[in-house]
Design a protein around this ligand. Structure first.
Ligand code: FPP
Length: 242
C-alpha cells in the first residue's frame, strides 16, 4: 500500500524515471559497478509494481542511452546481459499484471538474442491493458526527433502528408511514444539536475523532480513523497492560475 495517503485524482498518469547512480552506489560500498547495475535492475522491477499498485497508467524508464555505448566494453556487455536476464524473468510479470511493454530507441543495435527477446516481449504483451511500460534502450531524445523528421520528410515526398497538415500532434506520431500521453512527472535519481537527452519532446510540460538518492536506494516511501508533492503542484501549461 502507498505509505502516504495520496488523492487518486492527483496521481500522474505517466511517470518517467532516469535511473541514475548505480555505479556510485556500488563504488561507495567497495563493489564493482556491475553490482550497482544488478541492484538497480532489482529496483526497476520493484518500481514497476509500485506504479501498477497505484494504478499509474504508464511508466517510462531510461535504461540505456545512445551515449552509454561509450562506457568500457565490460560494463556495456554486463548491461546487455542484465537486460536479457531481467526481461526474460519479468515476462510472466508482464502477463500476470497485464502490462504492455514498448521499447523506445533503436533496439536493432543490440545482439540478436536481446533483439529477438525484445520483439517477443512486444508481441506477447501488445494487447495488455492495465499499464504501459516503456523501456528506453539505445535511446536518445535528439536522435528520436531527427528520425521523426526523416520519416515525416519521406512521407512528404511520397505525398502522404502536406506542409499544412504538419502540426505538433502529427509530428508526435513519428516518435517512439506515438499514441501515448506525455509524462506528467519525471524523476531523476543520483543527484544530477539535467534530462540527459531523455524524452526531450515529450517532457515539454512534465513536472521535474531531482533526488540525491542513488537509484538502488530509491524506495517506495520516497516515491510516495514525490507523488504527494506532485499532487500539490499547479500545472498551468503556459496559462495563468485559475
Ligand atoms: C545509470 O547509472 C544507470 C544505467 C546506465 C543503467 C540502468 C539500468 C538498470 C537500472 C537495469 C534496468 C534493467 C532493465 C531490464 C531495463 P550510472 O551507471 O550512470 O551510475 P553513476 O552515475 O553512479 O556512475
Amino acid at each position: 500500500m502507498p505509505s502516504v495517503d495520496i488523492d487518486k485524482n492527483s496521481l500522474p498518469d505517466h511517470v518517467g524515471v532516469i535511473m541514475d547512480g548505480n555505479g556510485r552506489w556500488a563504488q561507495r560500498r567497495g563493489f564493482p559497478r556491475s553490482k550497482g547495475h544488478i541492484e538497480g535492475a532489482k529496483r526497476f522491477r520493484k518500481m514497476i509494481f509500485c506504479c501498477r499498485k497505484r494504478n499509474i497508467k504508464a511508466l517510462t524508464v531510461y535504461a540505456f542511452s545512445t551515449e552509454n555505448w561509450g562506457r568500457p566494453k565490460l560494463e556495456v556487455d554486463l548491461l546487455i546481459k542484465l537486460f536479457k536476464t531481467q526481461l526474460q524473468s519479468a515476462l510472466l510479470d508482464f502477463s500476470d499484471e497485464n502490462i504492455k511493454v514498448n521499447f523506445l530507441g533503436d533496439v536493432s543495435k543490440f545482439p540478436d538474442s536481446l533483439h529477438m527477446l525484445i520483439k517477443k516481449i512486444v508481441k506477447i504483451s501488445e494487447n495488455n491493458k492495465k499499464m504501459t511500460l516503456n523501456i528506453a534502450l539505445n535511446y536518445g531524445g535528439r536522435a528520436e526527433i531527427v528520425n521523426a523528421v526523416k520519416s515525416l520528410v519521406s512521407e512528404y515526398f511520397e505525398r502522404k502528408v502536406s506542409i499544412a497538415e504538419i502540426d505538433e500532434n502529427k509530428f508526435s506520431n513519428f516518435l517512439y511514444t506515438k499514441g501515448q500521453s506525455d509524462p506528467d512527472l519525471i524523476i531523476r535519481t543520483g543527484g544530477e539536475f539535467r534530462l540527459s537527452n531523455f524524452l526531450l519532446w515529450q517532457s515539454a510540460y512534465s513536472e521535474l523532480f531531482f533526488t540525491k538518492t542513488l537509484w538502488p536506494d530509491f524506495k517506495e516511501s520516497e516515491f510516495d513523497e514525490i507523488l504527494n508533492e506532485y499532487a500539490s503542484r499547479k500545472r498551468r501549461y503556459g496559462g495563468i492560475q485559475a
